[in-house]
Design a binder for this molecule. Structure first.
Ligand code: PBG
Length: 331
């Protein structure tokens, strides 16, 4: 049957009808708030230092990160995802696996203050290496894949020991999920799940994050290890490989320009899929809203809903707190 018998507008007529047939839901419990913990955060201004390219996001001291965790938990947000900014960097990124490292300290403090809130830790070396690459360098200056694996595994174990609920490797080295799983299991940490940044693209949308975390590569770029944005089949292969190595959840990152791959990875793996609504995606919305070009609330909720519709079970977003507040107002 078609028009005039069929009228699509019938079920759009009222809020009640629209709610009855809505296909996709968005809840605070699906959101993850990324946080930047800085060893050098100021002790004044509540331990916060604004990040110029990410309005509303700060570099946080240990006490400020606990305050954020309380706020996130009160809003019903599922988890925080921690990124560390150490005071000192070196060639090997040794700050990444220190027992008293900034992420390890923050993890312990948050789990102590807010035990129900999940803590996910980003496992990577780029914030800790002097050269800013995600692994250690070989003699020719390229990132040495196999030598990096052990350091990532050590980092993941130190996060899990500090109390991380999930560890999330974002380095894009081959074999890192398997190496991390083996090391965790060897240390008796069988129950710590791995959220693999499986399809992580070499993206221009990470620009503001690299300012925030002071992690821009000192030379070259990340195209030797992060994926080419032109490749979709390869993203599915990456996710399948990570699944075979033991990933419990997989991620597609960035999110907005990659909805097709969220769906493809979901269908191929049947694993829970996370989408990372990255720093540049956040910055675009904030800039347009500040200029009066877009209405922030509706834009953000539309974006986050579209990621759920594409197949994301979990959404990592700097908008998480605002979104959770807006969702609470709606009901
Ligand atoms: C670390 C890492 C990056 C992001 C998450 N983990 C930066 C990068 O790969 O350069 C980006 C997150 C964002 O832009 O919000 N490897």
């Amino acid at each position: 049957m078609s028009f005039p018998q069929t009228r699509m507008r019938r079920l759009r007529a009222t809020a009640g009808l629209r709610g009855l047939v809505r296909e996709t839901d968005l809840r605070a419990g699906q959101l993850v708030l990324p946080l930047f913990v800085a060893e050098n955060a100021p002790s004044e201004q509540g331990g916060r230092e604004a990040i110029a390219t990410m309005p509303g996001v700060d570099r946080l001291s240990l006490s400020a990160v606990v305050a954020e965790a309380h706020e996130a938990a009160a809003l019903g947000i599922a988890a925080v995802m921690l990124f560390g900014i150490p005071a000192e960097k070196d060639e090997h990124g040794s700050g990444a696996w220190e027992e008293e490292g900034v992420v390890q300290l923050a993890t312990r403090a948050i789990k102590h203050a807010e035990p129900e809130l999940l803590v996910i830790t980003d496992v990577c070396l780029c914030e800790y290496t002097a050269h800013g690459h995600c692994g250690v360098l070989a003699a020719d200056g390229a990132v040495d894949n196999d030598a990096t694996l052990e350091l990532l595994a050590r980092t993941a174990v130190s996060h899990a020991r500090a109390g991380a609920d999930l560890v999330a490797p974002s380095d894009m080295m081959d074999g890192r999920v398997g190496a991390i799983r083996e090391e965790l299991d060897g240390e008796g940490l069988h129950e710590t799940p791995i959220l693999a940044y499986s399809a992580k693209f070499a993206s221009a949308f990470y620009g503001p994050f690299r300012d925030a975390a002071d992690s821009a590569p000192a030379f070259g770029d990340r195209r030797g290890y992060q994926m080419d944005p032109a490749n979709g089949r390869e993203a599915v292969r990456e996710a399948l490989l990570d699944m075979r190595e033991g990933a419990d959840m997989v991620m597609v990152k960035p999110a907005l320009a990659y909805g097709d791959l969220i769906r493809a990875v979901k269908d191929a793996t049947q694993l829970p899929v996370a989408a990372y609504n990255v720093s540049g995606e956040y910055a675009m919305v904030k800039a347009a809203a500040a200029a009066g070009y877009l209405e922030e609330r509706d834009t953000v909720l539309e974006i986050l809903t579209s990621l759920r519709r594409a197949g994301a079970d979990t959404i990592i977003s700097y908008h998480a707190k605002d979104a959770a507040r807006w969702l609470a107002e709606q009901t």
